[in-house]
Design a protein around this ligand. Structure first.
Ligand code: AMP
Ligand code: ZN
Length: 113
């Protein structure tokens, strides 16, 4: 059994509020939303973060961003816009060590980092 929280969600051992699922990607609402819309897109296969991806990583990031595009269009905020954030490692502020892309939307954001 995996000790990774997001693997547990993929395996159905922990609940989530699912917003998208494909063969390779799962997306669900963040437990502690920082924006009116705050979803997490994860590969079903475990990778720690971007730094852990093999050089030949197939279509993992492409699958994640295709899913993001699909959800934004389906939920009607693609035109208004959104922000994606990927935190990598301690300096990057990563707290859950299973690769994930944040999707933030629902209000205007400052253009700063
Ligand atoms: P990061 O700082 O990029 O590693 O972000 C991890 C995110 O995962 C945070 O925004 C948490 O609120 C979120 N999170 C942690 N546990 C869960 C969970 N069980 N279900 C949904 N979101 C979670
Ligand atoms: Zn995992």
């Amino acid at each position: 059994m995996s000790s990774c929280v997001f693997c547990k969600i993929v395996e159905g051992q922990l609940p989530c509020q699912k917003v998208f699922e494909s063969e390779t990607v799962l997306a669900f609402k963040d437990l502690h939303p920082q924006h009116p819309i705050h979803y997490l897109f994860i590969p079903k296969k475990h990778y720690v973060n971007v730094a852990d991806l093999p050089d030949d990583n197939g279509n993992i990031m492409a699958d994640l961003f295709a899913a993001i595009k699909t959800v934004a269009e389906k939920e009607g905020f693609a035109e208004k816009g959104y922000r994606n954030v990927i935190n990598t490692g301690t300096w990057g502020g990563q707290t859950v060590f299973h690769l994930h892309v944040h999707l933030l939307s629902g209000r205007t954001m400052s253009p700063s980092f």
